[in-house]
Write a protein that binds this ligand. Sequence first.
Ligand code: AMP
Length: 202
Amino acid sequence: MRLLLLAPPGAGKGTQGERLAAWSGARHIAAGDLLRAQAQVNSDLGREIAAYQVRGDLVPDQIVLDVLTPAVTEAAARGGYILDGFPRTLPQAIAAAELAARLGVTLDAAVYLYAPEAVLTRRLLDRARLSGRADDTADVIRHRLRVFAETTGSLVPYYTERGILVAVDADQPPDTVTAGIQARLSGLVRASGRQPGSRSCR
Ligand code: AMP
């Protein structure tokens, strides 16, 4: 299975991505995590990535593609991928489609998790107390939500036009959201030959 999760910060794409990976056998590839790992490296590139992340700005497309392409290529050869937080811009979406074409695969669905901004803000502020993430502060959270609305949100019509958008209400308990996504995707999992629910999704 090959999916991407399109969601504003706080919608639960990390949690849902892990569950969907366990359920489908595809690899969960979280762009933010891979970039955070690179940002820890003591190098000019690491410092550059960290500077974008701490402000809540998007890391430049070419850097994102350099970091993500090897993981996506490997996953495509082994049961697929759940892309969490990638693509986030139109050029990234085009590059992701070109990469899939080069690898001889297609995207099954773009899962859009939506929730009211007040809910997202409250969740992120709650998480901030525990996460230790430099970008989980009130000002940066506001900025990250604006970046989603102004940039990443344009991918919703992009994938709608391609006929693969699956929109799910994320303002529900996590288990309900997972069940909602799985119900919409179960035809795809059957087509990939796996038994849905054959592995724990927690
Ligand atoms: P996330 O963990 O998905 O909330 O992402 C955290 C931060 O990583 C974002 O605020 C961006 O700075 C950076 N980031 C993650 N994914 C991308 C992407 N696809 N394009 C650009 N920057 C990204």
